[in-house]
Design a protein around this ligand. Sequence first.
Ligand code: C5P
Length: 241
Amino acid sequence: MNKKMDLAKRIIVALDVGSREEALPLIRQLEGVEIFKVGLKLFTAEGPSLLKEVKILRKKIFLDLKLHDIPNTVAEAVKVAVKHGAHMLTLHASGGREMMERAVDAAKKEAEKEGTDKPLLLAVTILTSLKDDQLQEIGMPADTSTQVLKLAKLAQEAGVDGVVCSPQEIEIIRKEIGKDLLVVVPGIRPSWAVAHDQKRIMTPSLAIQKGADYLVIGRPIIAAPSPQEAFLKILDELGDS
Ligand code: C5P
């Protein structure tokens, strides 16, 4: 039972819906899920009041806004996210060392001021939608995995808690950087689920075996006929592996 509870805490459900009316029943139904990801669509639609409602339901918020701006602007946005009680927060590693350092500092100071836990800051390295030729188009000469590793190391030096990366990059990050960085992976598909638009997918069990700390899962759970059953099925698979 304990093992299952531990595994359940490592599944983050992506609330990729457009309104509170769709989001809240999902949260209520998914009792065993501890962390819900609120991304650009839902946050733009509902704003901070939705975050308050998620907190009232005693769930943790992964605020996935992928911040990328001048250091001061990002630091100020991080402070507001701390006030809203975000448990996890994303920012782009390509925003640079100073931007990430200022974000880390702002998160620590604001959490102390508010008397809350500091949110975990997660750096997005290279968007998984970008391929090598598209990287070259925006002036990045290296291949994707070299670039991912470079940005992950920079993020760690800047004091960020973890990275968001594709399942294919878990091993290289663990090998080159070690265990001190949290690794959060989307693109997760149980064997019985359809891939949708995800190209480089991995099963939940394999991603955990390779060293992922958290799995971000959207459609295989939220678009299932019974989201709760789909979640429990994933948990069973993880428990058996
Ligand atoms: O529905 P699905 O399981 O594909 O959802 C995955 C979630 O992870 C979505 O919210 C998506 O935006 C997010 N994500 C991703 N790939 C990334 C970063 C985030 O799929 N590289």
